[in-house]
Design a protein around this ligand. Structure first.
Ligand code: 9MR
Length: 348
């Protein structure tokens, strides 16, 4: 295919050592390691047990995994006080068997909450006790095994103001600070992250996230990183240069950053032209991350188009990830490899 030949030709023009060619032949994870970042994906834990080619692809390409749903509140604590860690344990065991880091996802969020919680009419003190028990039970169970946690997600609105959520209504605005403190108590070594979408580049939401995390830092809340989700389409992606600048201003607050959930939805069936544009966008966002030393990882929200959330939530859209539904690499995969290869060759 011509796009593949072109990208490989550029790659060989950029780098020419035998060692670098050896690196390029392997999965992305070894290249990412040489380039100095982790390369991750969200994982469909149910498919781990049923789809062997999927598991092999994960192990070959990624060194960081995030459970797509397996650690969410309604899965982990389906009834009050009854914790179900079966899926989460399976994910952590898989990661350990393949020398991958785990990013825990997500402790405080407004979605995927169980009915017993949302319809329980709890007082503020009761909700605090419930949240504290949930966070501390989950984080303590995986102490030393889950390297980073999405402690809180999606707490800022499009206008940059704090979003009203189940937790803010029930506990008050300090639920975020409390959540970070409780997570830190349960695993002082874990890297604690705030994770949001739509605020990756410039604009009101990006400013709102910056203000929120700056406030947490000022109050000595134990937050280490901000996750930029990056769910985009070809028409609404932020400018990569703005993403880089946003990462730099967060770094100036003492915060690391990650691209945490990138996917680029395309109208189906995806045209060759759209797949090429998608490849360019993936490469540009990865380059933005690689240009900022505090950007520590780059993750996509799923590995293959077979398990992507996009077609269900956006009918008629899909083909958003690096591998097609059969696990074959798409142009975006080669674009990612090229960006890493370029960075890795400068580091060696
Ligand atoms: O991909 C997840 C999908 O399977 C779930 O049904 C959905 C529930 O709202 O959550 C999706 O993952 C979200 C993630 O947890 C937080 N950021 C946005 C992701 C896409 O909606």
């Amino acid at each position: 295919m011509s796009w593949r030949i072109t990208l490989m030709a550029i790659a060989s023009a950029v780098v020419c050592t035998t060692a670098t060619f050896a690196l390029a032949a392997g999965g992305v994870r070894s290249l990412a390691h040489t380039a100095g970042i982790h390369f991750g994906t969200a994982v469909n834990v149910e498919a781990l047990g049923t789809d062997a080619p999927y598991s092999r692809l994960l192990a070959r390409e990624f060194d960081l995994v995030t459970p797509e749903n397996a650690m969410k509140f309604s899965v982990i604590q389906p009834e009050r006080g009854r914790f179900d860690f079966s899926q989460a344990d399976a994910l952590v065991a898989f990661a350990e068997a393949h020398a991958m880091q785990v990013n825990g996802h997500v402790l405080v969020w407004d979605q995927q909450l169980p009915d017993w919680l949302t319809q329980g009419h709890f007082s503020s003190d009761e909700l605090k006790a419930i949240l504290r028990e949930h966070i501390q039970t989950v984080v303590a169970r995986y102490r030393g095994r889950v390297a980073s946690w999405d402690v809180a997600a999606e707490a800022v609105g499009e206008d940059g103001k704090p979003r009203e959520t189940f937790w803010s209504r029930g506990i008050g605005a300090d639920y975020l600070a409390l959540a970070f403190r409780w997570a830190h108590e349960a695993d002082p070594q874990a890297r604690l992250r705030y994770n949001d979408y739509g605020g990756e580049g410039a604009g009101a939401k990006s400013d709102g996230i910056y203000t929120l995390v700056a406030g947490l830092r000022t109050h000595r809340v134990p937050i280490d990183a901000v996750g930029l989700q990056m769910h985009v389409s070809l028409n609404d992606a932020p400018r990569p240069e703005d993403v880089r600048l946003n990462m730099k201003r967060l770094a100036a607050l003492g915060l690391q950053t990650d691209i945490t959930e990138m996917d680029v939805m395309l109208p189906l069936p995806a045209s060759r032209a759209a797949l090429k544009k998608q490849a360019v966008l993936y490469g540009a966002m990865l380059q933005a991350c690689l240009a900022v030393p505090q950007c520590r990882s780059f993750s996509t929200w799923g590995a293959t188009d077979r398990y992507s959330w996009i077609p269900e939530f956006f009918p008629g859209q899909g083909a958003a990830l690096l591998f097609d539904a059969s696990g074959h690499a798409k142009p975006a995969y080669w674009s990612i490899k090229l960006a890493l290869l370029t960075k890795a060759s400068h580091k060696r």
